[in-house]
Unconditional design. Structure first.
Length: 295
């Protein structure tokens, strides 16, 4: 996956989602990993960060693999005691967005913020531009998918798997720390580049909002191939997502084979990490594992 929307755009699908490697018959969110000397199968599940554990009742194929797995692998384990401290990374105390963009651009972004959240950009002037993109994407996702999301109250599914794994005495392994994820989000691009991307993002706000609805619809249809195709079709002027997807997948592949060799694992990561030539399914197959969809 080459250039897509700015990585911040995907953090809520966060961040979320194959290509010709996927046949239409491979529609699935859960994938079984065998071969290459594994004593027991492991499973790879693509999550959608805005859906909750209540959604999992619609995917009965997941229940038994999770129950049987001896370990659980997630992107990160949340430490609520550190959230306030880490939240400070979203700020830039010595700089303002108003000094980075023109008055006309500032007013454009501010008008959209007031429409969406009832706040002006003046009130958020010292937030990093990428953090504002995250806020807006969350609101777009919640607005366009309100009816669907309302059906599934509860815990975010990523948090649910980590917490339930601990409750059942499974070994829970985070692939990253909270600090690593937040640093990736807020510091992958310079502040100046973030400001440019924020203006571009607002200028294409309708596309940004509609994409949220389209991606969730494809996810509910378990169509990873369709999700990949959609993200590939998005404009290329908002940055490169390699740091968010490709580079992280490569890093995770240094860890996952060792974990699976040790014991069976239930691996739950954002669905966008699964498809494509640089996705986990393709990377696992390249290493000699057999990866098959679970219906």
């Amino acid at each position: 996956m080459k250039k897509l929307f700015r990585p911040a755009y995907f953090v809520v699908l966060f961040l979320l989602l194959g290509n010709t490697l996927f046949a239409q018959s491979e529609k699935a969110l859960l994938w079984k990993i065998t071969g290459k000397g594994l004593r027991e199968p492991s499973y790879l599940f693509g999550t959608y960060h805005l859906l909750t554990h209540k959604f999992l009742t619609t995917t009965p194929e997941i229940k038994e693999p999770f129950k049987q797995a001896k370990g659980v692998v997630v992107e990160m384990v949340i430490d609520s005691s550190r959230l306030q401290q880490l939240g400070m990374m979203a700020l830039m105390p010595d700089q303002k967005i108003s000094s980075l963009i023109s008055v006309e651009e500032f007013n454009l972004v501010s008008a959209e913020l007031e429409k969406l959240m009832g706040v002006s950009l003046t009130q958020l002037d010292q937030f990093k531009p990428v953090s504002i993109m995250v806020m807006m994407t969350l609101v777009y996702a919640q607005q366009r998918n309100a009816e669907i999301l309302a059906k599934y109250p509860g815990l975010p599914m990523d948090y649910f798997y980590a917490a339930t794994g601990k409750m059942y005495k499974k070994e829970v392994t985070p692939l990253e720390t909270q600090e690593e994820q937040i640093d990736l989000l807020y510091n992958s691009f310079s502040i100046e580049e973030q400001a440019r991307q924020l203006v571009k993002y607002v200028a294409q706000k309708e596309l940004a909002a509609q994409t949220q609805a389209d991606l969730l619809a494809l996810y509910l249809d378990k169509d990873l191939r369709g999700m990949y195709a959609l993200t590939e079709s998005l404009p290329t002027d908002l940055g490169n997502s390699d740091a968010l997807l490709k580079d992280r997948n490569t890093k995770w592949m240094e860890v996952l084979p060792k974990l699976m060799k040790k014991q069976s694992q239930f691996i739950a990561v954002g669905a966008l990490h699964l498809p494509g030539p640089d996705g986990l399914i393709a990377l696992l197959r390249k290493q000699g594992f057999t990866v098959t969809p679970v219906k």
